[in-house]
Structures are given as C-alpha cells and as structure tokens.
Write a protein that binds this ligand. Structure first.
Ligand code: MTE
Ligand code: MO
Length: 362
C-alpha cells in the first residue's frame, strides 16, 4: 500500500501508520520513498496540484493566497536534507515497561531522512509583510480531519515565528528529487527541521500568524509529555511538556538480531540524531550494560538537520550478548539508561539507550 516495500511494518491501515524494518532503514543515508515511515491521524487526502491553494492569514483579517505555480515562480527554490522523527519513535520500549492503550508500538524506525525541495517559509512570510524578530507563532493546518481529536478536527500545529523565519523551515513540494508523494503530504507540506515530525504538517493549505501557540488539539492536547502518574483521558489543554525540538536519541539498525552471528566480533551500526540547536558529538556502544564503552565511528556530518550514521566493531565473547548504545551532544549531555525512568502516559520521547541482543552459534 502507498508504494511501501512488502516488508514494511504496518501498525494500522486506517489511518495508515507504518515503519520500515531496521534493515531497510539502514540501507541509505537518505531514505527512499518506499522505505520512509508514514504517520497519519486521519484519511490521506487526494489533492490535485493544479487546484491546491495555500492561504496565508495575518490573524487580523488580512490574507493572501498562493497556487503551486505562484509559489514556484515567485520564490527561490531551496533544498534541505532533514531527518523527520516522530515523537512516538521507540514507544515500544516504553510499552514494555507499562501498557500505553490506544497508541501504536513504534520501534526505532519512526524516523527517516530526505532531501526536501521547496521554498523557504521565511521568504513567503516576508512577502506577506512579516518582519524578522517579531514575537509570535505560526499555525499550519491541513485538510485531513482526524476523529482521534476531541472534537474531530483538521490536523494542525504551530511553531514559534523565529523558527518559521529560519533559513531551514520550508514548504516542500519535492522529496529526494521527486515530486512529494501523496502519502508524505503532496503536493506541499511543511518541513520543520529539528522539530518533532508532528509540526511538519502535510497537505498544508492554511498558515496563520498568531500571538499564542495553535489551539489545534494536536498542539494543545496531544504531543505533550504528561507526568508519569497523570490520567491521559482527563489531561486538559496545555497540560504537560509541549514538544518541539527532538531529544538526543540513537539506536541500532544492524545487524538483524534474528540472525546468528559467526565469529568473535561483529560490526554493528545505526543512527544518532539531535534536534534543534544541538548536534551529535559522540556515540558509544557497550557490551557490559554500560560499565565500559567502545567509541563508535560517526559518519561525516551531512548538515545539521540530518541524522548521523555510526558503526562500531564489538567483541562477541558469549552465546548471547546484550549491546547498548548511547549518544552525546555538544553540551556533553547523554541519554538515560532505561525506558522506565522516561515512561509517560502517551509514550513520547523514548530516548533511553538503544539495546540489541545478538546470538552466536551455541
Ligand atoms: N500532517 C497532517 N496533515 N496530518 C497528519 O496526521 N502527522 C504528523 C506530521 N504531519 C500528520 C501531519 C506526524 S505526527 C508526523 S511524525 C509526520 O507528519 C510524519 O510524516 P510522514 O508521514 O511523511 O513520515
Ligand atoms: Mo509523529
């Protein structure tokens, strides 16, 4: 379905929610369309690019509207390599601690990287008279109505105006050199590099300037880290920590733990990513539950908005070896060891150490 590989792990068909296998995700620094994870809260709309229009409103009664042709003609095309990562990435690790009803058990593959092409949102906003350094927020709304929200409503989110006016935030119509696929928001989506995937609104058709963050359910109620003892059903608007920047995170993508490893050492590898304003500075792997650490090699950085691939050769001196991996950022902050200390009622931001158990022939 949706041009995804046959080995894609489909959590739900309606709405469509699916992630690649770790092996598929490891294949490229950029993630091919048929591998890229897909996260939806409602039906995937079918929009004719020729009929699509984007309305930009100042929140005080003034608005302008753009067609796709106008966007392409009036503004310079830019391209940004950026990793999208769902706030629910690695939720399965939290569910292993305690159940999280009504949410999908994403593994470490609810994240993918693409080269996005389009226009800088800042250029579009400037053309509408928005000035740099004005305080405020920018709301994005798509046409897909989600009945997961209370009340059912179109999917929306917001970011601070400063991030909207940054060089990296874009309205994308291209992904890895191809027209943006329908399932990923075609004809046009927002891409907010360094922020949780939820802010990168697909099929965007309304942008509104605001004094405060969006009242949309997906901004005000969902995508918030509630205290571990909170009842998610009675959580109100504004409760919990609102997520924007992606937390420092990393995990294994290979080798496949269901295969038997021959030899007394093995090369392991995966991805590491840090959100807005931070960078991955180091990745380490341990074979003794964190007592000692082996420095992993980090692949060369391909820009500050993209993940880093890493790999390390580790000894395998027992029939079963449990590995863990952690990253560090530029402030020398690192990741917590266990998912238990991070458990939260909606299951967001599991950035505990990645873990992988490997087997040798008996
Ligand atoms: N935009 C709309 N209109 N509807 C959605 O359900 N899901 C968001 C975001 N944008 C969503 C959306 C979430 S939670 C994520 S993680 C990303 O899209 C996923 O983007 P992808 O499906 O292209 O991987
Ligand atoms: Mo997400």
């Amino acid at each position: 379905m949706w041009n995804k590989r046959a080995d894609t792990v489909v959590h739900e068909t309606e709405p469509y929610n699916a992630e690649p296998t770790p092996t598929a995700l490891a294949e490229g620094f950029l993630t091919d369309e048929d591998v890229f994870y897909s996260r939806n809260h409602g039906p995937i709309p079918d929009i004719d690019p020729a009929g699509w229009r984007l309305t930009v409103a100042d929140g005080h009664g003034m608005s302008r509207s753009f067609s796709l042709v106008e966007l392409r003609e009036e503004f310079d095309e830019i391209s940004v390599v950026a990793t999208l990562q769902c706030a629910g990435n690695r939720r399965a690790g939290l569910m292993a601690v305690r159940e999280i009803p009504g949410e999908d058990p994403w593994t470490q593959c609810a994240t993918s990287t693409a080269r996005w092409n389009g226009v800088a949102l800042a250029d579009l906003l400037r053309s509408c008279g928005v000035e740099e350094n004005t305080p405020g927020h920018v709301e994005f709304v798509g046409p897909d109505v989600s009945d997961l929200a209370t009340p059912p409503q179109r999917y929306g989110s917001s970011i601070e105006l400063t991030k909207a006016m940054s060089a990296e935030t874009l309205l994308a119509w291209g992904m890895n050199g191809q027209p943006l696929p329908r399932v990923h928001g075609g004809p046009v989506r927002v891409v907010v590099p360094g922020y949780i995937g939820a802010r990168s609104v697909k099929w965007v058709d309304e942008i509104t300037l605001r004094d405060s963050p969006s009242d949309n359910w997906f901004q005000r109620v969902a995508y918030r880290v509630l205290p571990s003892d909170a009842d998610p059903d009675s959580a109100g608007p504004g409760d919990g920590i609102s997520l924007s920047s992606v937390a420092l995170n990393c995990d294994f993508l290979h080798p496949d733990p269901t295969t038997t490893i021959h030899g007394d050492e093995v090369r392991v590898g995966g991805y590491a990513f840090a959100g807005d304003d931070r960078a991955v500075s180091r990745v380490q792997v341990s074979t003794d539950d964190g007592a000692t650490w082996i420095e992993a090699e980090l692949a060369e950085s391909q820009g500050r908005w993209a993940w880093r691939h890493w790999s390390a050769v580790v000894p395998l001196d027992a029939p079963e070896v449990e590995l863990c991996v952690r990253a560090w950022d530029g402030a020398a902050a690192t990741q917590p060891a266990s998912a238990a200390e991070l458990w939260n009622p909606k299951g967001y931001v599991n950035n505990s150490w990645g873990r992988l158990t490997l087997h040798r022939p008996p």
